[in-house]
Design a protein around this ligand. Structure first.
Ligand code: MF3
Ligand code: CO
Length: 252
């Protein structure tokens, strides 16, 4: 018996997810443009809700496992899933925006990291660039015939070669009619190991990279995760379809 069922999406289903992904990319771009010192994370969530509803889509996160917002706004040592609040963003904060939308019955999921105020900070900019490139490397390995371990090991190697670490306890995932579907997409592993990727899979790849140790702990808001050692964290995510010709990034 199979341990889990991985849905193979049809071309038409992937087309719907591409529409949703394009909507999501535009929303995430507008949210990123709104980030500036002085704005609160709940103001960003309010904007996210307005943008999603004006596109005729629905927020994937709101109500998901009881999550109370449309957007995740994790700052500095917060890795993911932090709830928007009256926290005022300041110059130099490393802000992760993570968001999903439901469009025509299918979810898409994407995340980005922003250095608030854009002030030069070599370590933070390096962390941001390494994480973004780690995602690109993971996407490039997302080909039918490769394995999940090929994605994870390539991401891990690139990150560790650059002096950072990947978070182990939070993973990417299959996505479609459900926000989280099998398989789990780890950001570490061994090449050649794990399930073989098939044409028709749609997965969210989302490396979370930290400056220090990869161990995490729960945040105080009941949903967020933070680094145990107080190190900084960055996160980029795309929803990617695996088709015969290779990976297609849906959230762009
Ligand atoms: N990209 C995140 C994830 O896959 C989005 C989380 S939304 C939340 O876990 F509602 F679960 F917080
Ligand atoms: Co995700």
């Amino acid at each position: 018996m199979q341990k889990f069922m991985i849905h193979i999406k049809t071309e038409q289903e992937i087309e719907k997810m591409k529409e949703g992904g394009k909507i999501l990319a535009e929303i995430l771009k507008k949210l990123s443009d709104a980030v500036k010192p002085g704005i609160t994370t709940s103001e960003l969530d309010k904007l996210a809700r307005e943008l999603i509803s004006s596109c005729g889509a629905e927020p994937s996160c709101l109500g998901y496992n009881g999550y109370p917002a449309a957007l995740c706004t994790s700052v500095n040592d917060e890795i993911a899933h932090a709830i928007p609040s009256d926290r005022i963003l300041k110059e130099g904060d490393l802000l992760k925006l993570d968001i999903g939308v439901l469009h025509k019955g299918f979810h898409t999921d994407s995340a980005t990291t922003i250095l608030v105020g854009g002030k030069e900070d070599k370590e933070k900019i390096k962390l941001l660039n390494v994480t973004k490139e780690a995602l690109n490397i993971g996407i490039s390995k997302s080909k039918a015939g490769n394995t999940l371990g090929d994605i994870g090991s390539a991401i891990q190697k690139y990150v560790e070669d650059n002096g950072f670490n990947v978070v182990r306890n939070l993973v990417g995932h299959g996505i479609g009619r459900k926000f989280h579907e099998p398989p789990q997409v780890s950001n570490y592993g061994k090449a050649g190991e794990g399930e073989e990727l098939k044409a028709g899979w749609v997965i969210a790849i989302e490396p979370m990279v930290v400056t220090g140790d990869w161990r995490i702990k729960d945040g105080k808001d009941g949903f967020g995760f933070i680094t145990k050692d107080g190190g900084l964290s960055a996160h980029f995510e795309h929803t990617v379809a695996i088709i015969d010709n290779g990976p297609v990034v849906l959230t762009k």
